[in-house]
Design a protein around this ligand. Sequence first.
Ligand code: NAD
Length: 311
Amino acid sequence: MSKKILVTGGAGFLGSHLCDKLLAAGNDVLCVDNFFTGRKENILHLLANPRFELMRHDVTFPLYVEVDQIYNLACPASPVHYQFDPVQTTKTSVHGAINMLGLAKRVRARILQASTSEVYGDPEIHPQTEDYWGRVNPIGIRSCYDEGKRCAETLFFDYWRQHKVEIKVVRIFNTYGPRMHPNDGRVVSNFIVQALKGENITIYGQGTQTRSFCYADDLVDAMIGMMGSDKDLTGPVNIGNPGEFTMLELANMVIRLTGSKSQIIFMPLPQDDPKQRRPDISLAKSKLGWEPKIQLEDGLKETIRYFKNKI
Ligand SMILES: NC(=O)c1ccc[n+]([C@@H]2O[C@H](COP(=O)([O-])OP(=O)(O)OC[C@H]3O[C@@H](n4cnc5c(N)ncnc54)[C@H](O)[C@@H]3O)[C@@H](O)[C@H]2O)c1
């Protein structure tokens, strides 16, 4: 049955893909965004759809709308953007969560929080399972994001315990794909843009740190699966791709797929940069019947195609 669905951060990278899929399934979608990192071009193709509505709004302020479901994605996700105005980043996570949970409570909507693997900080266990509490620096330059997201999770669980709001929390691991912001400093977009421009590819540290990369389509399927799951499944549930690659492997794959002549250069590691991160997705597999389908090489080809058109 068609639902009225609010997507905060809907003009961003993941939010816009989510809007696409929710509309394709016959729902009405209200996209709320303050366009801090989101872009109109991400949703331009949806503006003529009568089931789609766009509202410029900052989630740090209350919002009164009638909806059945809320996907709360509003928050800058890359270090360059979330460190640009760290106080606003924490406000977006914390006040944004309070406002959206308040709305969910009032209109009895189910609400999903886009949390992050950053809640695990620089982890001592590998891969990370949902019951691991994390190792986060509370006063570092990444803390506005990490602690903001941790506090948002706390709020979600308190609204669930105290007010019986139907919550869903997913912890998203590195995700990539078309519509990533070209200047957001995230490794996949960085490498692709550098390779396409024939510039040096910058690796921080020695390139031995590993990351896992999930393609946006896979990720959005998991979010929708989580929203539709049993009432009792609150999460947190890890979603991501457990395939692990070193930065050096990724750089070489991007160079090969773009046919670039770029050279790899090495720079010092930034503060608090995790050495490895890989999701344990057993819970998502067993409870949602979900696992990623798209191989890194195939996802990279699509993403490269997107950036080629943009550059
Ligand atoms: N992409 C990833 O790898 C990843 C990993 C972990 C978690 N996440 C989470 O998923 C969500 C979406 O991430 P993304 O990669 O699409 O990033 P993004 O920056 O492209 O999207 C975030 C969106 O939120 C909007 N926004 C920011 N502050 C706002 C505010 N105060 N009010 C209203 N809108 C606001 C931005 O304009 C943007 O459209 C974020 O919450 C992020 O923390 C993403």
